[in-house]
Design a binder for this molecule. Structure first.
Ligand code: ADP
Ligand code: MG
Length: 197
């Protein structure tokens, strides 16, 4: 709980001021999907395109925050929830700073996705489901974690020993098994361009 005597300080520069200067809106695109479905690859490719277009953009990646901001957290359901809550609070600050936030986190539970949505103002949060079956993700196994999870050497591994709920109301679904990276990136850009203006 926030103590009563802590009040928000309102600076002279608003989010709108920053968006006006950037010539685009700030939003959050939140990529959900199994490990190895392609969240990081797609988010970073989209980031590069937007950066090259002069947009203010940043990728928040699951693996990176686990090394710092959230290194005290485990992969228990409670800690996964806290991990996501912290990231969302951080990305809200980045949106205040006028930045397009691309978030690449497994986000396996529908309840957590609903929580994230409810933490954001209307129009700020857009869920992108990077849809790829566990058999394909497991075959890609970029970091070899699926193999370790199947051997029981990693516990609570999403898709193997922890659940991944099918996203109920994503704004966008990418079929990253049957659609190549370039097409997935085009689909995100096509969705995002009218939103950021
Ligand atoms: N359409 C696609 N979109 C994204 N990645 C793809 C696609 N097809 C194959 N891949 C491959 O799948 C892997 C996805 O890894 P990564 O982006 O790290 O996944 P995640 O961040 O979801 O764990 C990469 O090796 C990437 O080259
Ligand atoms: Mg990743």
């Amino acid at each position: 709980m926030t103590p009563k005597y802590i009040c928000k300080y309102r600076g002279a520069i608003s989010r709108q001021d920053r968006e006006n200067r950037n010539h685009h809106k700030a939003v959050t695109l939140w990529f959900t999907g199994l490990s190895c479905s392609g969240k990081s690859t797609i988010a970073h490719a989209v980031e590069k395109q937007l950066f090259d277009l002069g947009r203010q953009v940043y990728v928040f990646d699951g693996d990176n925050v686990r090394h710092g901001l959230c290194r005290d957290l485990t992969f228990s359901p409670e800690d996964r929830n806290e991990n996501l809550r912290r990231i969302a609070e951080m990305t809200k600050l980045f949106m205040d700073a006028g930045i397009i936030c691309l978030c690449a986190f497994i986000t396996p539970r529908e309840s957590d996705r609903q929580m994230l949505r409810s933490m954001h103002a209307d129009g700020d949060f857009h869920l992108v489901h990077v849809d790829c079956p566990v058999e394909e993700c497991s075959a890609r196994d970029v970091k070899g974690y699926y193999a370790l999870a199947r051997q029981g050497k990693i516990r609570n591994y999403t898709g193997i020993s922890a659940p991944f709920d099918t996203p109920q109301n994503p704004e966008l679904t990418l079929d990253s098994r049957n659609t190549d990276l370039r097409t997935c990136v085009d689909q995100v850009m096509h969705y995002l361009t009218p939103i950021i203006g």
